[in-house]
Design a protein around this ligand. Structure first.
Ligand code: AQP
Length: 353
């Protein structure tokens, strides 16, 4: 699949052909401002995967997925640009990876329709995200909210993706994509690569600062519960000072101490220090000191990314260029898979001129 990687090394005359790189694909939804959870749990790893040089990587802002929940069109446009800007600011390099906006590659929606016809009502009903979101948005349980796994499967299968970097919460999505691929391949012969989860070194799972048993989510209406990449230093420090902790005072991991456990995890993910080192560093100090220290290290991490995002947001033409090039490369490959799928199911392709 060297066509999709502009940086793929070309084989020289007489030299052995380089082994084909595996394909890795990652998506982020523009369903709100990108959070510290998205960054520490996903983006940071995505950059490491890209920089390892071991994969042909595709990164996209999954704008179609964001529509399963009602979005304000003006905000959505801003969030799409911001999602792309965060990808770039975090270190995704369009010279090394394909960066695009999902809706710019029309094959996603087209393959999703076909895959919908090979996805069972029962398996869709079992999806945790459907159950969670239909409880959360009870007045808008739309068909997209129910069938989004078929679109997600299309996102993955279109590129014959080998690996999808996933956290624990995303495993079910990959399993259903594999099941759909397996079902389709079983009927029509090998059409899709069955993707594997790519588990990187423990991706941090960041919890809400207000309700630490819940994950930090960009769509959380309580803005004190989440740190976003666009928060200022002062906002970050204020949110950490307010973070919910238990009634204890010792900075030590423990059962039932969800708030302090979350802060220790965040501090560890940001500084690279182990839990033991952190517990030693804050021995004899209270929660107040630790919250302040968390706020400061997070502000130091977020600041350079926020500044780059601001620069990119002031240069949307550049983002548009990146997306145009990305969509062009992605759609060439996607079209091949789509045509193969159409043929397998018996659709007649339009005759070439
Ligand atoms: N709190 C988190 N901790 C660690 N990883 C997280 N991710 C999301 N939240 C956390 C990871 O970020 C990647 C992109 O996520 P997504 O946008 O595709 O969807 P999501 O998981 O639904 O993210 P949010 O922030 O929770 O969005 P909303 O509020 O719209 O539902 C994924 O790899 C995800 O694991």
């Amino acid at each position: 699949m060297s066509e999709i990687n502009t940086a793929a090394p070309a084989a020289q005359n007489g030299e052995a052909k380089p082994a084909k790189k595996k394909i890795s694909l990652s998506f982020i939804q523009p369903s709100g401002a990108i959070t510290l959870g998205n960054y520490l749990g996903a983006l940071k790893n995505w950059v490491a995967i890209q920089d390892s040089g071991e994969f042909n990587c595709l990164y996209a802002v999954a704008d179609l997925h964001a529509l399963t929940v009602r979005q304000d069109p003006k905000n959505l446009r801003q969030q799409i640009y911001q999602g792309l800007a965060v990808l770039l600011a975090a270190g995704i390099d369009p010279e090394k990876s394909i960066v695009f906006q999902q809706s710019h590659v029309h094959q996603h929606a087209e393959l999703a329709w076909i895959l919908n016809c090979y996805t069972m009502f029962g398996e869709l009903s079992r999806m945790t995200q459907f159950k969670d979101k239909s409880a959360k948005y009870a007045d808008n349980i739309n068909a997209g909210l129910f069938t989004y796994p078929a679109l997600m499967a299309a996102d993955i299968l279109l590129y014959q993706t080998d690996y999808v970097p996933v956290g624990q919460d995303q495993k079910q999505h990959l399993e259903i994509a594999r099941d759909i691929a397996n079902r389709f391949n079983g009927i029509y012969g090998k059409t899709f690569t069955e993707p594997e989860p790519y588990i990187t070194k423990a991706g941090a799972r960041i919890m809400s600062l207000a309700e630490p048993t819940k994950k930090m989510s960009k769509s959380d209406p309580n803005k004190n519960a989440i740190i976003t990449i666009m928060d200022t230093d002062a906002e970050i420090i204020k949110k950490f000072k307010r973070a919910v902790t238990d009634s204890g005072s010792e900075v030590r991991m423990g059962e039932g101490k969800d708030g302090i456990n979350n802060l220790i995890n965040i501090y560890s993910a940001v500084t690279g220090k182990s839990v033991e080192e952190i517990e030693r560093e804050f021995e004899g100090k209270g929660y107040g000191d630790f919250k302040m220290a968390c706020g400061e290290v997070v502000a130091d991490t977020v600041r350079p990314i926020r500044e780059k995002v601001t620069d990119y947001m002031n240069n949307k033409d550049y983002i548009d260029e990146v997306c145009k090039k990305g969509a062009f490369m992605a759609s060439r490959f996607a079209q091949r898979t789509l045509e193969k799928t159409y043929k397998k199911v018996g659709l007649v392709l339009p005759k070439a001129d």
